[in-house]
Design a protein around this ligand. Structure first.
Ligand SMILES: *Cc1c(COP(=O)(O)O)cnc(C)c1O
Length: 463
């Protein structure tokens, strides 16, 4: 089966990462074309394909900034301003680079607080290295002052690192290189179609403006093309291979070619439209935490579930687990704001699917309401007991104050032929995280080569 997947063809898959550039002319051509397309999409001048993930791109990008500042004789610039709406990897990367992190608050709409930003830029004007900003932010907000923000940083001698993980809301519409970013990573495994379920592999190339290009990652074995010049001032190496996980780049290359400029723009527009559609449909049931003054969100939005703790003793985890009974894997839970759900529909789901998901959340809101009104028990209810697996309803006596149908077929669209059955019931996540259990066979299994059938102790717990 896999034989038919072009990315597994030996011409793509069997090249050694250290193959000399002149023996990999096909790859080289693909790098050039992909670089050209990504530069066109982002407004940058040069791309490095070396970082293997978004976080590694951040680290590489910050190192590029540091190398640039060093070359300018400004090594004392160490302060990195980061709005609180940033992804957690941002402060982690800045810390790894040895920068001094200064957080910047957001306002009631979730946008960067301009007053506080200005105060901090002025306070640190002699030591300002950069701003790390995610646009649109992880709060699902397009900062309308983004140009002003970038100008301010430049005015005070800093560089702008734009976290480009949310390019899904910009491709074909606007370009970071145009509104002031100096360097940015792209998550090819998010925006450009590389599947990344189960943790990889990913690709987090960085794009830079021309003044930063000489400082991009190099490699001791194979100099990435364009970095061969003797005046290259590269900060060094970021990955074991010169072009990262280049074997998956054909996916992004093909995606861009097949979508074309109009298709790419349409994908961004659909992603934004879908998020706004869902935010509106859920209005009145759930509060969208951050919206702009016109009531719009970017390509993702956060719904606030914190009040239900007070009104019904329901926590966000109960909603997440209950969604399984409706056939959905929960969206991002308690991140980037604790007690909330962050919904990012993207462009790729059908409207029926978006509606089913909204219907499930609305039905769950109705269940919460029944708890609020005292119509169902505060402790033993479909939310607190979720998810419900087959064993719950088949084995033993059903002694709960709600019926089995409510438990496992909670909505009209949950039907036997397509029902998704969770395999395990409610687990205490925190307990599990804090009490790790080794599920390998015990040492005794290996003691004697004459043991015919190793006795494996059942010590694993399902997580
Ligand atoms: C996903 C993401 C990252 C990190 O990317 P990885 O490839 O997971 O390392 C950084 N910033 C934002 C905003 C993201 O969404």
């Amino acid at each position: 089966m896999c034989y038919f997947q072009p990315v597994t063809w030996k011409e793509f898959a069997s090249l050694h990462p250290f193959i000399p550039n002149n023996q990999a002319l096909g790859y080289l051509r693909m790098f050039h074309e992909l670089e050209k397309d990504l530069c066109e999409i982002t407004g940058f001048d040069k791309i490095s394909f070396q970082p293997n993930s978004g976080a590694q791109g951040e680290y590489a990008g910050l190192r590029v900034i540091m190398a640039y500042l060093q070359a300018m004789g400004e090594t004392h610039r160490k302060v990195c301003l980061i709005p609180t709406s940033a992804h957690g990897t941002n402060p982690a990367s800045a810390q790894l680079c040895g920068m001094k992190i200064q957080g910047i608050d957001v306002d009631k709409n979730g946008a960067v607080c301009m007053k506080q930003l200005k105060e901090n830029v002025e306070k640190h004007k002699d030591t300002l290295a950069c701003l790390m900003i995610t646009y649109p932010s992880t709060y699902g907000v397009f900062d309308s002052t983004i140009r002003e923000i970038c100008d301010m940083i430049h005015h005070f001698g800093g560089q702008v690192y734009m976290d480009g993980a949310n390019m899904n809301a910009q491709v074909g519409i606007c370009r970071p290189g145009d509104f002031g970013a100096d360097v940015s990573h792209l998550n090819l495994h998010k925006t450009f179609c590389i599947p990344h379920g189960g943790g990889g592999p990913g690709m987090g190339p960085i794009g830079v403006k021309a003044h930063l290009a000489p400082y991009l990652p190099s490699h001791p074995v194979i100099q990435p093309y364009g970095m061969e010049s003797p005046d290259s001032k590269s900060f060094g190496v970021i990955s074991a291979s010169p072009y990262g996980s280049s074997a998956i780049l054909p996916i992004s290359w093909s995606y861009i070619k097949m979508m074309g400029p109009a298709g790419l723009r349409q994908a961004s527009e659909m992603a934004i439209l879908n998020a706004n559609y869902m935010s509106r449909r859920l209005d009145g049931y759930y509060k969208t935490l951050y919206k702009n003054d016109h009531g719009f969100v970017a390509h993702e939005f956060i719904i606030d579930c914190r009040e239900f703790k007070k009104t019904a003793n329901v926590e966000v985890v109960d909603i997440a687990k209950r969604l399984q009974d409706y056939g959905f894997h929960a969206p991002t839970t308690s991140w980037p704001v604790v007690g909330t759900l962050m919904v990012e529909p993207t462009e790729s789901e059908h409207k029926d699917e978006l509606d089913r998901f909204c219907d499930a959340l609305i039905a769950i809101r109705y269940e919460i309401k029944q708890i609020e009104e005292g119509k169902i028990d505060k402790k033993i209810n479909p939310l607190k007991m979720a998810p419900h697996c087959q064993q719950d309803v088949i084995v033993g006596n059903w002694d709960r104050p709600y019926d089995k149908v409510t438990a496992v077929y909670p909505a009209a669209f949950v039907i036997p032929s397509t029902k998704f059955w969770p395999t395990v019931g409610r687990i205490d996540d925190i307990y599990g995280d804090q009490n790790l259990v080794c599920s390998c066979p015990p040492m005794s299994t290996y003691e004697s080569p004459f043991i015919e059938e190793p006795v494996v102790e059942e010590r694993s717990i399902a997580v």
